[in-house]
Design a protein around this ligand. Structure first.
Ligand code: HEC
Length: 141
């Protein structure tokens, strides 16, 4: 039994070692410059609210404030609906789930946001679009 008492300490040292090595890798100047040279078209990438994952455009703070008190924003983000159906969803929550009434101007802004950013034609995945015109390296002969 005694023989193994130092094991946790050795494990810890190994972990620290792995951590230090991986940090050192980040500072490799060559890999850093390769990153900068890569041309990435990020024009289609939307900013996301770091707290909820909601698309951080327009009146998202109103939506965050009004819609994430009872459930996570995932329930919103996993749905795609027309503005009309978002309204139905809100009415359904008001009738059956204890959701309060919103002042009409607030409801309009919420619906504008949802109907724009979580509309049926918006992609569900936040994965990047496929790369275009890539000169793939072909292994010789
Ligand atoms: C008073 C609490 C409450 C608030 C505030 C609230 N919801 Fe809900 N919502 C619920 C409950 C409860 C459910 C049902 C959860 C479940 O089925 O697990 C739900 C479900 C949903 C669903 C899934 C509906 C379905 O058919 O599965 C969506 C979408 C949704 N909410 C969107 C919203 C939006 C958008 C807002 C802001 C306008 C909002 N919620 C605010 C309580 C609330």
């Amino acid at each position: 039994m005694q023989k193994f008492a130092y094991r946790p300490a050795i494990m810890l040292l190994m972990l620290i070692g792995v951590f230090i090595t991986s940090c050192a890798g980040d500072k490799d100047p060559e890999s850093a410059s390769r990153f900068q040279e890569a041309e990435v078209d990020s024009s289609h990438v939307k900013q996301l609210d770091p707290e909820t994952g909601l698309i951080a455009e327009g009146e998202y703070l109103l939506v965050r404030g009004s819609c994430t008190g009872c459930h996570s924003a995932n329930l919103i983000m996993q749905n795609r609906m027309t503005r009309d159906n978002w309204l139905k969803s809100i009415r359904w929550m008001q009738e059956t789930q204890g959701l309060w009434e919103f002042p009409p101007e607030l409801e309009e802004k919420i619906l504008d946001y949802l109907g724009t950013h979580y509309a049926p034609d918006q992609p569900k995945s936040i994965r990047r679009q496929p790369l275009k015109a890539v000169n793939w390296h072909v292994e010789g002969p």
